[in-house]
Structure formats: C-alpha cells, structure tokens
Design a protein around this ligand. Structure first.
Ligand SMILES: Cc1cc2nc3c(=O)[nH]c(=O)nc-3n(C[C@H](O)[C@H](O)[C@H](O)COP(=O)(O)OP(=O)(O)OC[C@H]3O[C@@H](n4cnc5c(N)ncnc54)[C@H](O)[C@@H]3O)c2cc1C
Length: 455
C-alpha cells in the first residue's frame, strides 16, 4: 500500500503514523511544520498563552488563599519564547516519531495531478517530485476567516495567527465573534491586562452551548470588566493612524473603538490549489470535502480528514479520523471496528471558569422531546474546589431515566477539560450512572462531584 498524505496536522500526522505502523509505505507532504496549524497557530499556542494568563488571573484569589495580594507583570518576550519553545518541542517529537516509523517526510506543497498521482513541490525551490499513490489522505486543514471589508495587517488588525503574542499587549482589544475561539481570546487578553470589548452577534455568547453554561461565562466576563456588545454584527472598520486606534462599525450603528481588533469568526477550509478537479474529488460550495463514515471522499481511495472534511473542527477529532482512515485503508475495519461517533466527542473551552461538554445536552434533549434525567452538583459543595479557593461552577450529568446509561454532561469550573473525559468514557462505553457512583474516586478531588451527580 503506497499512501501519500498531504498536510501534517493532527489528521495527516496520525493517518501517516498509524498507516506506517500497519505496514504501509507512507510519504507525508507538509509545507510548514509537522503538527500543523494545531500546534503552530491554534490549540497549543492559544492554550500556552491561556496558561500564563490564567495564572495571572488566579492571583485575583490570592487573598482568599491566605496570601497577600499579588501583582504579576507580563514579560512579553519571555511569553513569546515560551510559546515558540513548546511548538518546537512538539514538532521535533512528532517528526522523530514519524521518521522512526519509516515515514518519508517531504517539506513542500502537495497537490493532486490525477486520481493516483500527487505532486510535491519542495519549499526550497528544488524540482517538484511526482508520487504514485494507491491511496491519498487530504488533511490540509483550514485558515482564519476574514470579512471582505477588513484588511489584516498583523499589527492592529489581527486574526488568531498574529496573536501569539501580538507585537504588544493591546491596551483595548475588540474581539469580533463570540464562539469558542472568541471567548478564549477574551479570557486570554483580559488576563494579560487588556481592556476587552466583545462583539456578540446574538443575545448570548457561545450561541451553540447550553444557556446556563453561557450565562456562567458571561457573569465572569462582566465581573472582570469585559464589555459585551450583544445583538451587534460588525460590518466595517475605520483606522486612525495618528491616534493608533481601530474602530469597529456595527450594523446597529454602534461604534466600538479599541487599540486592536481580533477576528474570531470561523475558518475557511484549505482546499484551493489542491488539484481536486484533476482527480474528480467533489467539494461543497463552502470548500469542504464531503466524506462518508470512513472519511472517504466521492473517490473511494482519496480520503479527507480534519477541518477539511467539514466535520467537527477539533484537533482531537482530526487525529482520530486520521487513525480510522489508516485502519480502513489497511483493511482493519473488517475486524472489530467502531465508526467514529461525532456526537460523542468531548469539547472544551479554556476560559475561566473552564467549560467542557460531551454527548447529549439538556437543551438538545428537550428540543428532541427525549426523556432524560438531569442531575447537577455545584462545585461549591465539593471539598477540593473549596480547598483550591475556586468553588465557581457545576457538574451536570444527563442520563437515560429507564436504563441509567450516561448520555452526556456539561461541566463549568476548574479543570472541566480534564474531568469531562470521565463522562466521555462513560458515554462511549455505555456506562451507567451507577458505574460512576460506585467508582472509588480520590478524596478530596473534583471528580467526586461527578460521582455525586451520578447518585
Ligand atoms: C485559535 C484556535 C484554537 C483551537 N484550539 C483547539 C483546542 O484547544 N482543541 C482542539 O481540539 N481544537 C482546537 N482548535 C481546532 C484545531 O486547531 C483544528 O481542528 C485542527 O488543527 C485541525 O487539524 P487538521 O489536521 O485538519 O489541520 P491543521 O492542523 O490545520 O494542519 C493542516 C496542515 O496542512 C498543511 N498544508 C495545507 N495545505 C498544504 C499543501 N497543499 N501541501 C502541504 N501541506 C499543506 C498546513 O501547513 C498544516 O500544517 C483550535 C482552532 C483555533 C483557530
């Protein structure tokens, strides 16, 4: 099996790695770094900055923990170095792993020349190479969407790709977009000392999430002085060179002036220039490559994964898609195989309080008219939360009232992104609430709130 993978993010890297382990002859073409946008621009740098910002933010509670008040200062150069260092280490480790598995790495740009032919144009300008392939994985990811009326300059008008960190910590950042990425950046920059205004096109931040969860985050933002402009859609931008300010114009006539603006309005799949037509691979009008449950495109030996596939745009999902593709093309799906169930993917929002959920949400169940049992335990009744001085938040568990099977859950509060994995495991393995309630968790631990919610 000769496999060519285009794109070395979580989807492409994992497809290449698993396929090589299963015996395929694999070439991986990556034009930037192994680890992809996930490590270079998205998950890793944003969470690295949030780790620093979060520490600063936690000092707000120093006095409650019996300390004098703490006033940390930000060392921008050290912060930038830290972010780069993590990326470099991860890229090095992933590259080493692939090389040790016998994957041939080509640094350059890949595109299809036909159904079984891929061209790799090296980044160093040397001659392009043509590669024959029995199977191809397209995993080129996506890039930030920018509205037609804005021009990103990387200094004052930014996308997330210029924010790790930006040339200076903004005095006043205007964030456009209140989905997951937008709210994470609000938390990050507010923690690092910026004034922040958030343009929220609906009446709630995180419009796709449980209203109770969104309300908890809004309350924190308001307490920290974040300005929320609800029901406003950004429609234009005015620059003032002299005053070094940027004004975002909204459709309801409001004008929001800040020192910097950051667009967090979604992403565009990177499918241009991939030579899809030459291989007959179909694309949606939005640029995604539609795939079936094995991640096959309309051309069965050409797979698409990750953000390009238009499924859940998460690095975690991209990696598992890559793994499943490798198993499928190596024929392993004929044995014990479970289709990827996107409804069971855990997701987290790295704000303060942290937010995470998995499976069926309460609001979704009501909309479907499905009978559920919902149990909720506040962090304030958990000893570890009180010990850590952060009793904000709650754990909510959704189960089937007749069988007790865990269907989903949401967590708002410290370490939600870690804790939700327990519910994710329960949802995937069809565990019942009694399995959680009778597990012998550590005391004192936040996980005890989960066991309690399962009683
Ligand atoms: C700010 C931000 C934060 C995020 N945080 C999280 C998070 O905390 N957790 C999470 O699960 N998800 C997070 N995501 C989403 C996550 O980053 C993406 O879902 C994930 O990166 C998708 O992986 P991928 O493999 O599809 O593509 P990518 O990671 O985008 O990698 C694609 C790779 O393909 C390469 N490439 C593109 N075209 C070509 C070509 N023609 N030839 C060769 N190489 C090419 C690119 O250089 C890139 O390296 C975040 C997204 C953003 C924007």
């Amino acid at each position: 099996m000769r496999l060519v993978v285009i794109g070395g993010g979580p989807a492409g890297h994992r497809a290449a790695s698993t396929a090589a382990r299963l015996g395929a002859e694999v070439v991986l073409i990556e034009r930037d770094v192994i680890g992809g946008a996930a490590n270079l621009w998205d998950c890793v740098p944003s969470k690295a900055m949030i780790a620093t910002g979060g520490l600063v933010s936690r000092t707000r509670r120093a006095e409650a923990l019996g300390l004098g008040s703490l006033t940390p200062s930000i060392d921008l150069a050290a912060l930038a170095g830290r972010v780069r260092d993590i990326e470099t280490r991860l890229a090095g480790a992933l590259t080493e792993q692939l090389v040790s598995q016998g994957v041939r790495l080509l640094r350059g740009t890949g595109r299809l020349l036909g159904p079984h032919l891929v061209e790799a144009t090296p980044a160093d300008g040397s001659q392009a190479e043509k590669l024959d392939a029995d199977a191809v994985v397209l995993a080129t990811g996506s890039y930030p969407r920018v509205p037609g009326w804005a021009e990103v300059d990387g200094e004052r008008v930014l996308t997330t790709r210029q924010a790790y960190p930006p040339p200076e910590i903004p005095d006043h950042l205007v964030v456009v977009g209140s989905g997951v990425t937008g709210v994470e950046f609000v938390h990050m920059f507010r923690s690092l000392g910026s004034e922040v205004s958030l343009i929220v096109s609906r009446q709630q931040v995180l419009p796709q999430k449980d209203p109770e969860v969104a309300a908890a985050l809004e309350a924190d933002f308001l307490e920290r002085g974040v300005r929320l402009l609800k029901g406003a859609r950004a429609t234009g931008l005015e620059r003032s060179g002299e005053a070094k300010s940027v004004t975002v114009l909204c459709d309801d006539e409001r004008r929001v002036e800040g020192s910097h603006v950051l667009f967090c309005i979604g992403s565009v799949p990177a499918s241009e220039g991939l030579g899809l037509e030459s291989a007959g691979v179909a694309r949606t009008p939005g640029g995604h490559i539609p795939v079936n449950h094995h991640c096959q495109s309309n051309v069965p030996h050409i797979y698409a994964a990750g953000d390009l596939s238009g499924r859940l745009p998460l690095a975690s999902v991209a990696a598992v898609q890559g793994h499943k593709i490798a198993e499928h093309l190596m024929g392993l799906h004929t044995r014990q195989h479970r289709h990827l169930d996107y409804d069971k993917a855990a997701a987290a929002i790295f704000t303060e309080p942290e937010i995470a959920d998995v499976g069926l949400a309460e609001a979704e169940a009501f909309a479907l008219g499905r009978k559920i049992r919902v149990t909720k335990v506040p962090y304030a009744s958990n000893s570890r939360a009180l010990i850590d001085g952060d009793p904000r938040g709650f754990v909510k568990l959704v189960s089937d009232p007749s069988t007790g099977v865990v269907l989903g859950g949401s967590i708002v509060g410290a370490h939600a992104a870690e804790l939700v994995s327990i519910i994710a495991l329960a949802v995937t393995a069809n565990l019942r609430v009694v399995d959680l309630a009778e597990s012998l968790f550590v005391h004192p631990a936040l996980a005890e709130a989960l066991a309690e919610a399962a009683e």
